[in-house]
Design a protein around this ligand. Structure first.
Ligand code: KE4
Length: 433
């Protein structure tokens, strides 16, 4: 028995599924998940001292690379002064100022500890300021595990094949209307049917949670127009895309200004964080400035704030986003080439440094959950297992995106090219038999 297997067996004796978050258990790809004991730059090491090129990057939270010295020293220095006090901290203000400087129209930030909290709180605020109950989300989009949003969720729940979770009261799920991503007519139909009752539309501006699905040209602008006309809020969930696909996020890349933005992952530099952001007219309705209640013991804790400040400061250095774009394009190109060499039909969909390999017709754009479900997700586990065996740590689900960091360089791309070639041949062999 390998050390990974020993450790996972121990974990399963004390934690449901042996994990703290479902997708990590490798349920949809099979095999024993490697217990990752360390990381540096673009590489991680498991409990059997095997090295991998990391394409999970903590599900997007790592963007500079693991154990970045700037982030580690910021955490160490701050921790030496004490970790959390439950009182105002200078670093909260300084990180909030950096976030606001990158998001057009944003004037206030409220920090929380996860992306789930950010999305849940933003929707409570939207309901509070509009006095309306209904929320529109999109099939295949995931906004965390708060009860009302676990309907056709696109991350773990979809991967586990149970889009709706037991334990969510029907009455709560009934307040969430589900539309098809990239289908503005469908959204208009919902607003026609429920106009005056819809508090908000919440959307992943680039979907990562059913694999990487970019917005059609005009889709986000269309949502902006529909919500503005109805008095509903446009809530853009940038937990994954925030400060990843551009400085600020997808709203800057695609030029759409939401009423509220949800953030997490990158803004915490790998430490627990979330935030919801918007104009003062809306955000000052949040307690204690206004009546909409939300609170959190570790919200804005100095350690997460210090890690976030170090990360955002590093990201504004010259050329970081251009470098991420170049590396993303190079990875896309090597994946397309190695799939073609193995004669395996594959479409790679990418925005910046987030991407997904879909086993389907390369020429057929994937625009919605239905499109993704029609791909050969059955081939993904074969590909994933072969990649892992060849030293690449890839997200263990066909319904997720892979993430690059600023630390991914030529040597990592060499490893990835070699591993992908072998993995696509493994898929070809499995389909030829
Ligand atoms: P957290 O509560 O996991 O911090 O954030 C929830 C969330 C909200 N919105 C978007 C767009 C997200 O992608 C997420 C979380 N992303 C998943 C990856 N698909 C986290 C990985 C996991 O669930 O373990």
């Amino acid at each position: 028995m390998s050390r990974n297997e020993e450790l996972f067996a121990e974990a399963q004796r004390v934690m449901p599924g042996g994990v703290s978050s479902p997708v990590r258990a490798y349920g949809s790809v099979g095999g024993t998940p490697p217990t990752i004991v360390s990381g540096r730059g673009a590489r991680v090491h498991d409990a059997d001292d095997r090295e991998y090129v990391d394409m999970v990057s903590a599900w997007g939270a790592q963007i500079l690379g693991h154990a970045d010295p700037r982030v580690v020293s910021a955490i160490q220095e701050r921790a030496a002064l004490g970790t959390v006090f439950g009182a105002p901290a200078i670093e909260e203000t300084r990180l909030a100022e950096r976030i606001l400087s990158a998001l057009p129209g944003a004037e206030r930030v409220r920090f929380v500890s996860t992306g789930t909290e950010a999305c849940m709180s933003a929707l409570r605020l939207a309901r509070g300021v509009t006095g309306r109950d209904l929320v529109v989300k999109f099939a295949g989009n995931y906004h965390g595990h708060s009860d009302a949003l676990l309907s056709s969720a696109g991350s773990g729940a979809l991967t586990l094949g149970t889009p709706d979770s037991p334990g969510v009261p029907a009455s709560w799920a009934a307040c969430t209307l589900t539309a098809t991503y990239n289908d503005l007519d469908g959204v208009r139909a919902l607003f026609d049917r429920y106009d005056g009752e819809i508090a908000a539309v919440i959307v992943e501006p680039v979907v990562g949670n059913m694999g990487c699905i970019p917005p059609d040209a005009g889709f986000l602008a269309g949502l902006r127009e529909i919500t503005s006309a109805s008095g509903a809020l446009l809530v853009i969930d940038e937990v994954m895309t925030g400060f990843r696909v551009a400085s600020g996020g997808a709203q800057v890349r695609f030029g759409v200004q939401p009423d509220l933005t949800c953030l997490a992952k990158v803004i915490g530099g790998g430490m627990p964080v979330g935030a919801y952001v918007g104009p003062a007219a809306i955000m000052d309705q949040v307690a204690p400035a206004g009546p909409v209640y939300q609170a959190g013991t570790l919200s804005g804790n100095p350690i997460s704030m210090a890690a976030g400040i170090a990360t955002l400061d590093a990201l504004v250095e010259d050329g970081v986003y251009e470098g991420l774009e170049r590396t993303g394009a190079a990875v896309e190109q090597l994946l397309v080439a190695s799939a073609a060499a193995a004669d395996v039909p594959v479409r790679v969909q990418r925005v910046g440094s987030m991407l997904t390999v879909f086993f389907t017709d390369p020429e057929q754009p994937l625009r919605s959950l239905e499109d993704v479900k029609a791909t050969r997700t059955d081939l993904f586990p074969i590909w994933h297992r072969a990649l892992l065996a060849e030293g690449v740590h890839w997200p263990p689900s066909a319904y997720e995106a892979a993430f690059l960091t600023a630390a991914h360089g030529a040597s990592e791309l060499d490893v990835l090219a070699r591993a992908a070639t072998l993995a696509f041949h493994a898929v070809a062999s499995s389909t030829s038999g």
